[in-house]
Design a binder for this molecule. Structure first.
Ligand code: GDR
Length: 330
């Protein structure tokens, strides 16, 4: 039986990946940082909380990673743990660097020293393109991060490439563009919008405050994207891949789709709040997924409109059922 260790298993991608691997017959270990009570709502939402074996570990503490690797004896490690909210990275740049940057190196070392045959996946990100150097971004596009988060992820990305080249580790970096779902945290813009649409529809909220709604992103469905992670670790040779839809949409257009689905007009509710602008913005991201399509046979299956409508539908249901909002925000 194949064994996998997923760091950040309580996050959106961790939960979908755990589900995928369980369906493939893996024994799945999930690492969580026990700074506070672990938030298991996503695993519960997918009905897999009993099947994932949780292990304590903290990306900032290499000894805890060595222990997690020794305890789980994984064939594959998926490093999804991060301080992943770009906005927060300006307020906590050092923590972000420690978890999302140095933490990757800690895990690479833990693998190299424990069992270098373990295959490693690093969750890299389109945020590394930042101030984009080419209109459509591929694996060869120069990187220019625009946030402490992007800078930290750049370190993790190059550490992964370097350990592959220096020590021959089977280490892959997936450069994933934005990917969303009903399991997305409420701090991210798509879920903030779909949650607000549902609350406005049922009279629980009056307006929706947003920052730069002219930002453009290449948004896909997280459930599709975790398949690409798994495929990267099943190849003959390790490599890095852009994972994206290849299309780009503004936050403004996304709002329109979300409000319209609930029979509302976005312009009646959206308020622009300059406080929500970022110190440095990534204006546009659009990925070129050609390599993933050709080499992994992967492509994004879920159209953007369908994705946003799926999220609004889930939030309408949740608000209608009176489920507490707080537990969905972590
Ligand atoms: P992003 O996602 O920063 O691209 O990173 P996010 O959804 O936070 O922002 C997308 C764009 O929307 C603009 N925006 C707002 N964003 C938020 N969160 N809240 C607002 O009120 C708001 N108003 C406008 C932002 O300025 C931005 O341009 C996500 C994360 O998941 C990262 O971890 C991941 O690496 C990348 O996607 C790929």
């Amino acid at each position: 039986m194949k064994r996998a260790l997923i760091t950040g298993v309580t996050g959106q991608d961790g939960a979908y990946l755990a589900q995928l691997l369980l369906n493939q017959g893996y024994k799945v270990y999930g690492m969580t940082a026990r700074r506070s009570t672990p938030s298991l709502w996503r695993l519960e939402f997918l009905g897999i909380e009993q099947e994932v074996e949780l292990i304590d570990g903290d990306m900032a503490d290499m000894s805890s990673l060595v222990r997690a690797v020794k305890a789980s004896k994984p064939h594959e490690v998926y490093n999804l743990a991060a301080q992943s909210f770009v906005g927060t990275s300006w307020k906590q740049p050092v923590t972000t660097a420690q978890i999302s940057g140095l933490g990757v190196l800690h895990m690479l070392e833990a693998i190299r020293l424990t069992d270098p045959s373990i295959r490693f996946y690093q969750a890299s990100t389109s945020e590394m393109f930042g101030l984009v150097q080419q209109p459509v971004q591929s694996e060869s596009t120069p990187l220019y991060p625009r946030s402490p988060y992007g800078v930290a992820k750049l370190f993790g990305h190059w550490s992964t490439v370097n350990y592959r080249e220096s020590f021959g580790l089977y280490a892959c970096s997936g450069i994933l563009f934005n990917h969303e779902s009903p399991l997305r945290g409420i701090e991210f813009v798509t879920r903030k919008v779909t949650d607000a649409v549902a609350r406005i529809k049922y009279g629980r909220q009056r307006e929706l405050r947003l920052g730069n709604i002219d930002a453009r992103r290449d948004w896909g469905y997280a459930g599709d994207y975790v398949k690409a992670m798994w495929l990267m670790l099943q190849q003959e040779h390790p490599d890095d891949y852009v994972v994206a839809t290849g299309t780009t949409t503004t936050v403004r257009e996304m709002c329109k789709i979300a409000f319209e689905y609930a029979g509302l007009n976005a312009e009646d509710y959206v308020v622009i709040d300059p406080e929500l602008y970022r110190p440095a913005e990534v204006d546009i991201l659009q990925g070129d997924p050609a390599k993933a399509r050709e080499k992994l046979g992967w492509k994004a299956e879920t159209p953007f409109k369908e994705l946003i409508e799926m999220m609004v539908e889930a939030d309408l249901h949740r608000v209608r059922m009176g489920e507490p909002r707080e537990i969905f925000s972590v």
